[in-house]
Ligand binder design. Structure first.
Ligand SMILES: Nc1ncnc2c1ncn2[C@@H]1O[C@H](COP(=O)(O)OP(=O)(O)O)[C@@H](O)[C@H]1O
Ligand SMILES: [Mg+2]
Length: 295
């Protein structure tokens, strides 16, 4: 399957975004009434999720633990856990129904079209390989760059995710880096092949507040500079308030409220959303509610 990144010249300097010659409004990811079931337990776990994501836009999914946020993301990535299946609705990536994709087509899409960052970055890295080499490998395989160019691009990516001394970090092993640095490394790997869509599932949850804020700024930059479309999953409404255009509030596999982030956070209509907002007020949600007015 041809992707936009296939058309990039190998020696091109770091270009974090593919842009979209087919027009900025065209959906890159759409879910229509997606239902996910546990075939082993024979029950539906996610009861209908719908949203449309266009380039440069951010959709947030919030809700309590176990509400189906991660399963929804994994469905969009084609990596549902064993015996979970999409049993209703449909998912389209750039207009293609993912149910029709072959394993080879998935391999071509991952990284170049859709990419993801999860919590616990250390578990996604090989502890015995230098982090830079792991990013360079992604670049070499996905962008088909020769080794030296892949190395240069890996260093550029480490710089792009605001790691100081990227050359030094390139040569370090995962255990030598802090959680925040590892999460940046994972983001660098996730954007290495210029994806159109990045799913960040609780990507900042394990990090302290300062580092979390820096990672959120980084995601906001990628969205603005590269037109990256984001799905941001968090149990933290403040994260969503800062970053998202649209919010879905999930409770027990159900989307109980959905709408523009401003509206949902200022004028919540569902009791569960009100409860989430009340719980977060003590953590200073209000300072995120009008982020544009602050600067
Ligand atoms: N790998 C798995 N095996 C068994 N059950 C799972 C698995 N992943 C998720 N579940 C179940 O599916 C439901 C939704 O999980 P998940 O999507 O991970 O929730 P969230 O990300 O909102 O915390 C939960 O009840 C959880 O127990
Ligand atoms: Mg989850």
């Amino acid at each position: 399957m041809a992707t936009l990144s296939d058309n990039l010249a190998p020696e091109e300097t770091l270009d974090l975004g593919p842009g979209d010659p087919t027009g900025p409004r065209r959906p890159v990811l759409s879910l229509h009434d997606v239902r996910i079931s546990d075939q082993a337990g024979g029950r539906e776990i996610v009861h209908g999720v719908s949203f449309t994501l266009t380039p440069g836009r951010v959709v947030g999914i919030v809700g309590e633990s176990g509400s189906g946020k991660t399963l929804t993301c994994r469905a969009a990535l084609g990596i549902l856990p064993a015996h979970f299946e999409v049993t209703g609705g449909s998912i389209e990536i750039r207009g293609t129904d993912i149910a029709d994709l072959s394993p080879a087509q998935w391999t071509a899409l991952r990284g170049t079209t859709i990419s993801a960052v999860f919590q616990d970055p250390a578990s996604y890295l090989n502890p015995s390989l230098r982090v830079g080499a792991q990013i360079a490998e992604v670049v070499r395989v996905k962008k088909k760059l020769p080794r030296r160019a892949a190395r240069r691009r890996a260093v550029d990516l480490l710089r792009a995710v605001h790691l100081r001394e990227p050359e030094l970090v390139y040569g370090q092993y995962p255990h030598e880096l802090s959680g925040g640095m590892l999460q940046r490394v994972l983001i660098a790997a996730a954007i290495a092949a210029d994806p159109h869509i990045l799913i960040a599932d609780e990507a900042t949850t394990a990090l302290d507040v300062t580092v979390q804020a820096e990672i959120l700024d980084l995601l906001a930059d990628l969205r603005e500079q590269a037109g990256l479309a984001l799905v941001v999953v968090s149990h933290d409404l403040a994260v969503v308030a800062q970053l998202c255009d649209e919010v879905l509030v999930m409770q027990q596999g159900e989307v109980v409220e959905q709408g523009p982030a401003e509206r949902v956070l200022h004028d919540p209509r569902h009791d569960y959303t009100r409860l989430l907002i009340a719980e977060h007020e003590q953590y200073g949600l209000e300072k995120f509610l009008d982020p544009k007015e602050e600067t």
